[in-house]
Design a protein around this ligand. Structure first.
Ligand code: GH3
Ligand code: MG
Ligand code: MG
Ligand code: MG
Length: 315
């Protein structure tokens, strides 16, 4: 058992060191009306390399969170004048989800119903005073670890593994938001469906790995030739779908004609041999009633581009 304990402790220290590295630059907000409590918690957190912000009341906390959007954890005291920790937690949950901003509430142990009220209002975790330093730090780290895990899972769920582009799931979720914004603001939205011409013959001639390389390079070319704000996704096998705001019919034609020409002119090297790749593109620029209608319209354009001989854009 002595041996087991040692391994356990080494594990614990390794986890702590990893966490210390991860903590660099991670922002935490302390909300407490008592200056000595804030100072005490600040010292503990800064020893763990976290970046600390302090607020003496709920209003100051809301102001800091407005200015510092990447604060990950708020440590909130329950008893505070004007707005207490419960009201502040409820208020925060109107804006930030439990997966974006973790809330750790601390309260005196007297009120028996306080913990469950805080948790129901949206706190991620609760500690009763007096709080031991090590339990406080464990809770902080557990909460930050949980947010990291959620980010990793989300990234994996939304990215295409081969190309690193957003996948179809993300495209549909983000696309619906873009569509709603376009409708509300009466903005131009354009959807483009891009499909590699005769891709099957690239696979058949050069092998599946070569096909994969071509898909990666096409993805890189798409990203380089579109704006940062454009939503570029791998929609299916050798099909890419783009959503771009603020392009009218003529601008969309120009942008996607340039994309097509850039890919046509690019030399792809497969096993040091130069090959050429072409794409067909269908674009819809008419703001239909739904995103799905716009995608179907872009698909119809793509189908026409294929039928008219490929390597062209139909808007
Ligand atoms: P068209 O000009 O009409 O678009 O012809 P095409 O050959 O490009 O279209 P088709 O739909 O016949 O073939 C698409 C091929 O893409 C078939 C499939 O095996 C291949 N493919 C799909 N996903 C991947 C992938 O991730 N890697 C590779 N290497 N090939 C893929
Ligand atoms: Mg207090
Ligand atoms: Mg194809
Ligand atoms: Mg296809």
């Amino acid at each position: 058992t002595v041996h087991k304990t040692c391994i356990h402790e080494v594990d614990h220290i390794v986890r702590l060191i990893n966490r210390l590295d991860k903590n660099k630059g991670v922002k935490v907000l302390i909300v407490d009306d008592a200056a000595y409590s804030r100072l005490h918690l600040r010292n503990l957190l800064e020893k763990h390399r976290l970046t600390v912000f302090e607020a003496a009341d709920a209003y100051a906390a809301l102001e800091i969170l407005g200015k510092e959007p990447d604060i990950r954890l708020a440590v909130i005291d329950y008893y505070m004048p004007s707005m207490d920790g419960l009201a502040l937690t409820a208020r925060l949950r109107e804006t930030y989800s439990r997966d974006e901003l973790a809330v750790l509430c601390i309260s005196a142990a007297d009120g028996k119903t306080i913990p469950d009220r805080l948790l129901r209002a949206g706190a991620n975790d609760f500690l009763a005073k007096p709080v031991s330093n090590s339990e406080f730090l464990c809770r902080v780290i557990n909460n930050l670890d949980r947010l990291d895990t959620i980010l990793e899972i989300r990234e994996a769920a939304y990215r295409d593994y081969l190309t690193g582009l957003y996948n179809r799931r993300y495209f549909m979720e983000a696309g619906h938001k873009l569509f709603a914004n376009a409708q509300r603001g009466n903005l131009n939205l354009c959807i483009a469906m891009i499909d590699v011409d005769y891709f099957k013959s690239i696979n058949d001639t050069f092998g599946h790995d070569a096909g994969d390389q071509v898909l990666r390079q096409v993805s890189a070319l798409l990203q380089r030739n579109l704006r940062k704000a454009d939503l570029v996704s791998r929609y299916g096998g050798e099909e890419f779908c783009v959503a771009a705001l603020n392009l009218n019919y003529r601008e969309a034609l120009r942008v996607f004609e340039k994309v097509r020409a850039t890919i046509e002119e690019n030399v792809f090297y497969i096993n040091h041999k130069p090959i050429h790749v072409r794409v067909s593109i269908g674009v819809s620029t008419y703001l239909a009633n739904t995103l799905d209608e716009m995608i179907r319209e872009a698909d119809r354009g793509l189908y026409q581009a294929k039928n008219k001989g490929r390597n062209q854009v139909v808007v």
